[in-house]
Design a binder for this molecule. Structure first.
Ligand code: FEO
Ligand code: CA
Ligand code: CA
Ligand code: CA
Length: 603
């Protein structure tokens, strides 16, 4: 019908097929080009990248990091209300590392288990965030503005402040910060979120793996997050015993917390605010948004005089989706990150009847306090001993997952990115998959056990107010092979076919024209093949495959310039020699996608 044709007009490209090629595939009429790969010289004396990975730790501190993830483009004039689409700051996360590619011959461990200091230095430096000043020339070519004072590396070692209710809390006391106000570094930065005031929030996701705690009894602040006896990269075993690496040993080795790093893991698990326009500014860990495996954060559109609202997923099996509502109202002229330091953190319950509730994690909420006291009486929460009530809001926030367990939140199938539809305020979240959900512990919002392919959920806040504590939810689409059907209210709303079969949705982003971009991080076995990015029209659920990545990668992180004519897509952990087949190692990179006629991407 006429209306159907009109309604599906948001997607104007021909779907690409699945692919096993070791290159990026985009539709007819589009071009894709790798940009700012790992090791690109960025700051200081601009050390060139050596193909054999023999760059030092000091070099890596001045080069673009590894494992590109969440990314945002800040127009160079955004602070004065501009929307420049040919010059800006490309800010991106570097989630983790591939030691085999990072070093000439992989990671070195000496016979006694120690590791070379410079390898550890390089590994810490390959993590974090890059701020990259980029500019387009008259021919449309993008390049790095070398020498710009905006170019910056924030790493796993950069000094940062603790802000919000957890600042000064006894459980963050360390040798480095006896008053619990500071820490070093941000790690495992997965997705992110641009704030309404022009800064960048980097998420700390699987930070627990960086710490080793060999104590017989580990505190609940660590075990509920998976801190174990060994660390992923053994940084605490750096041979020189430098304090900046010893801190990854979270065992109690001295008489008091102020003499060792037993509390160092409690300084991770937050959203970290970086002002890309203040290259000397200290990053700020915004503890008001909770401590968990933060995938990213998505802000509702800010409204003058109203609280700021943002949503965050905890990407682990059976973890939760959270919402923060600021105590103070947003005023465009004065807004800054301190708005995130006071407010209410809620966790979501998705009722089986399609309604939902936001449950406050707060000692000011009588319902929460009653549940907490019941848990104390029982002596445990799940398998975790719980014998005393939370002492303060700081204690709740450091133990956000445990508080959410107590509140009775709905365990989800690994919440990854969220996105808010600019047209109507509906909130979408990817639930990437859950291999461990069994048929007897499903719920209506996570109805498949196991859930190997994932799904996307959405909801509308009651009264269309993001501050509301009630909402109505539904399923947007179930991922899977051709023939996978999504039935809503007894009606089939999507059936996947060869043009849009996908699995394990992860990245999710509404572009400035209301197209919903879905990125995958899943099985690359047939029929899915290499990971991909699809575009969706949220009104019609028309979904089309737009982009397929190279072999072995995940496709994660997407943003466009404000005019939607340049798109930046990140490729993480490619397996083969990509993007340069002549270099004998993979290099994570950003892909710049443009339309050959200069038009709007996806239209
Ligand atoms: Fe780093 Fe949840 O993906
Ligand atoms: Ca992810
Ligand atoms: Ca993922
Ligand atoms: Ca990843």
């Amino acid at each position: 019908s006429h209306s159907r044709a009109h309604m599906s007009s948001r997607l104007g490209f021909d779907a690409v097929g699945v692919s096993t090629q070791n290159q990026v595939v985009v539709p007819e009429g589009y071009s894709a080009k790798a940009f700012v790969p790992w090791g690109t010289p960025l700051t200081g004396n601009l050390p060139v990248f050596f193909d054999d990975a023999s760059n030092s730790g000091a070099d890596q501190e001045q080069q673009v990091g590894m494992h590109h993830d969440g990314v945002h483009f800040f127009p160079i004039d955004v602070k004065s209300g501009g929307s420049n689409s040919s010059e800006g700051l490309l800010v991106m996360n570097h989630e983790y590392i591939n030691q085999n590619a990072l070093h000439p011959a992989g990671a070195t461990t000496f016979a006694d288990g120690t590791r070379p200091d410079d390898e550890v230095r390089k590994e810490v430096a390959a993590h974090g965030v890059s701020v990259i000043h980029i500019k387009q020339d008259a021919h449309g070519e993008w390049s790095v503005v070398h020498g710009s004072s905006y170019n910056r590396r924030v790493t796993g070692g950069t000094e940062m402040d603790i802000r919000g209710p957890v600042r000064g809390f006894s459980k963050l006391v360390t040798k480095f910060s006896p008053d619990a106000t500071a820490t070093r570094g941000t790690l495992n930065n997965c997705a992110m979120g641009p704030t309404p005031w022009g800064t960048y929030l980097a998420a700390e996701e699987n930070w627990h793996g960086y710490f080793a705690n060999g104590d017989a009894v580990r505190p609940k602040e660590q075990i509920r997050h998976g801190v174990g006896s060994a660390s992923r990269y053994d940084w605490e075993k750096a041979v020189g015993g430098a304090d900046e690496y010893v801190r990854f040993n979270a065992s109690a080795v001295a008489g008091s917390a102020a003499e060792d790093y037993r509390n160092e893991p409690n300084t991770f698990g937050y959203m970290v605010e970086i002002d890309p326009f203040d290259p000397n500014g200290k990053p700020q860990k915004r503890t008001g948004l909770g401590r968990f495996g933060h995938e990213g954060v998505i802000f509702a559109p800010a409204e003058e005089g109203k609280p700021v609202v943002c949503y965050s997923g905890d990407d682990s099996r059976f973890e939760y989706i959270y919402k923060f509502v600021s105590a103070k109202p947003y005023h465009a002229a004065t807004a800054d990150g301190s708005l995130l330091d006071e407010g209410t953190l809620y966790v979501a319950r998705y009722n089986d009847d399609g309604t939902g509730e936001w449950l406050p994690l707060s000692l000011d909420d009588a319902g929460f306090v009653a549940k907490m006291n019941a848990a104390v009486a029982a002596g445990s929460v799940g398998s975790i001993e719980f014998t005393a009530p939370f002492s303060s809001q700081a204690d709740i926030l450091v133990n956000t997952r445990l508080a959410a367990d107590i509140a009775g939140a709905t365990p989800m199938d690994r919440p990854e990115w969220g996105a808010v539809d600019p047209a109507n305020g509906k909130v979408y979240f990817t639930l990437t998959n859950n291999s461990r959900r069994t048929p007897d512990n499903t719920n209506a919002a996570n109805p498949q056990g196991p859930n190997p392919n994932g799904h996307i959920i959405y909801w509308r806040e009651q009264g269309n107010k993001h501050t509301s504590t009630r909402f109505a939810w539904d399923i947007f689409v179930f991922a899977g092979e051709a023939g996978t059907e999504t039935v809503v209210d007894g009606k089939s709303v999507v059936t996947l076919d060869d043009t849009n079969l996908f699995n394990s949705p992860d990245g999710l982003w509404f572009d400035y024209n209301g197209r919903l971009w879905i990125q995958t991080d899943g099985s690359d076995a047939p029929p899915y093949q290499n990971n991909m990015m699809l575009a969706a029209d949220p009104r019609t659920r028309d979904i089309r495959r737009f982009f397929v990545g190279p072999v072995g990668c995940e496709v994660t992180g997407v943003v466009t310039t404000p005019d939607c004519r340049t798109m930046f897509v990140n490729i993480q952990h490619p397996r083969g020699n990509w993007p340069d087949a002549g270099v004998d190692r993979p290099r994570d990179a950003t892909v710049i996608v443009t339309r050959d006629d200069g038009g709007v991407i996806g239209s």
